[in-house]
Design a protein around this ligand. Structure first.
Ligand SMILES: Cc1cc2nc3c(=O)[nH]c(=O)nc-3n(C[C@H](O)[C@H](O)[C@H](O)COP(=O)(O)OP(=O)(O)OC[C@H]3O[C@@H](n4cnc5c(N)ncnc54)[C@H](O)[C@@H]3O)c2cc1C
Length: 433
């Protein structure tokens, strides 16, 4: 089967194993000579869920138990966050940490230790995870939690599928009293203004900024900073429009520096006042891109990549300014440029967030892009930052090792459990893991 990540490059012919149930996997796996990588819903952008053999969780999609007294849900790894929200929002429960798409699996959320708009207060997905069961390289199934096989628990959260295959997990949901949030949008004149707004709003549960990354000089980093908080009007059942879909690949000329500049300017000016408040359903607030099916086709057949990095707080303003200056000078605008603040780092060796600022930018894959991104890598590393593995398709082993100083500890643990010879992706081979 031909597989890609969400960025659509590279494409790989892969043999896909998709067990129907955990017993089905247990009966088949010892006979299969597997050398490959677990895969969830393929929403990671690059090559982290790609290999010539793939172990897919997509048919492991059952809810197993729910305790309304604690909000703990036990479900198989292929359950999508969208499935959880469909069933549990009407009952008054939401996710503590959710990324900008709900079309990802629970296994993928753990593999990438995903973060969302609440990271500054609620941390990553793993913070709200009680336990999971993991199939190791020799087919054994072990129980992992903060007290049982704790080092495997930590390495698997953010471990990009390289320690084993997550079968099922128990996660804590959070109570809500409405499916709606109060959203406030602030217009920030430049980066300093945006970062000051984040600091002022640091007690608001959700925050994010959309940056116009082609503006320069005193307007460098002008943006819309959006914050949100669930309201308590008891309306747990809300409706949203069905998604539109991009039907075909957009031709190459649709995306160029002029269309990106026009889009960015329009986006910024769509909010006319310095501050705007409205009540919105959780779906467009958390998942605006899910509202356009197959939106990755707007980048055409050549595919695209999302460049996401984090820079620690102390050097954050200087680092983000240097990256934005370099992008504006290159005139390689990005349709999507999202800025967030992160709270403290956690104890998982490959988890991405650290206290500081993160910026995510989409770039079409085209000649000249890779050397340009290497220039950005240099700026990020010089400011003590790192690149997000789940979005990556091109960083070097050297860049990875400089950004993730605990990589050796991770690799030692993989060796200890025999995972290094069995669980491998195109990404792990490129990074030397
Ligand atoms: C529109 C969009 C917005 C996004 N926004 C954010 C965001 O705000 N924050 C954020 O953190 N991420 C974000 N992401 C990235 C996305 O959350 C992650 O890539 C997520 O891991 C994808 O989950 P998946 O089920 O599609 O997994 P896949 O892409 O299939 O796999 C991702 C990784 O998890 C591993 N994995 C998957 N299943 C298992 C399993 N059962 N056992 C062990 N390992 C497994 C894979 O080996 C791989 O390394 C976004 C992606 C998109 C497309």
């Amino acid at each position: 089967m031909r597989l890609t990540g969400w960025g659509r490059k590279p494409a790989v012919d892969a043999e896909v194993f998709a067990p129907l149930s955990i017993p089905d996997l247990q009966s088949r796996f010892p006979r299969v000579q597997f050398r490959g990588i677990p895969r969830g819903n393929g929403r990671s952008y690059g090559d982290s869920a790609l290999a010539p053999q793939v172990l897919s969780s997509r048919r492991l999609d059952r809810f197993l138990a729910f305790d309304p007294a604690t909000g703990v849900l036990r479900c198989e790894a292929g359950v999508l966050l969208a499935d959880i929200l469909d069933v549990f929002v009407p009952r008054g429960w939401f996710l503590h940490a959710t990324p900008g798409t709900k079309l990802i699996s629970v296994g993928g959320a753990i593999g990438s230790d995903v973060h969302g708009k609440s990271h500054h207060l609620e941390g990553c997905f793993s913070r709200h995870l009680d336990r999971f069961s993991l199939m190791l390289a020799d087919g054994r199934i072990v129980e992992c939690s903060k007290t049982q096989h704790a080092e495997l628990f930590r390495a698997t959260c953010g471990g990009m599928g390289l320690t084993g295959f997550i079968l099922e997990a128990s996660l804590r949901l959070k109570p809500i009293e409405s499916a709606y949030l109060r959203e406030t949008t602030f217009k920030a004149e430049n980066l300093d203004h945006a970062l000051a707004l984040f600091a002022e709003q640091s007690r608001t549960p959700y925050s994010v900024a959309w940056i116009d990354c082609l503006s320069t000089g005193p307007r460098l980093g002008r943006s819309l900073v959006m914050t949100g908080d669930f309201i308590d009007d008891g309306r747990l059942r809300g409706t949203v429009k069905k998604p539109l879909s991009v039907p075909v690949d957009a031709p190459g000329f649709v995306l160029n520096r002029y269309s990106v500049a026009a889009f960015n300017a329009l986006y910024y000016h769509r909010v006319r006042t310095a501050q705007r408040e409205r009540v919105v359903h959780f779906d467009p607030f958390f998942y605006p891109l899910d509202g356009v099916g197959h939106w990755n086709r707007i980048y055409g057949k050549s595919g695209f990549t999302q460049y996401q990095f984090v820079i620690p707080k102390a050097s954050g303003t200087a680092g983000i300014t240097a990256v934005l200056q370099r992008i504006a000078a290159s005139k390689r605008g990005s349709f999507l440029a999202v800025l967030k603040t992160f709270g403290p780092v956690n104890d998982n060796p490959l988890s991405f967030p650290m206290e500081g600022y993160t910026l995510a930018l989409d770039f079409k894959l085209e000649p000249g892009l890779l050397p340009f991104l290497e220039e950005l890598d240099r700026i990020v590393l010089d400011h003590g930052g790192r690149i997000y593995l789940t979005k990556d398709v091109r960083m070097s082993g050297e860049t990875f090792r400089a950004g993730y100083p605990r990589w050796e500890e991770f690799q030692d643990l993989r060796r200890k459990y025999g995972a290094d010879g069995v669980f491998r992706s195109l990404q792990s081979e490129r990074l030397g893991l």
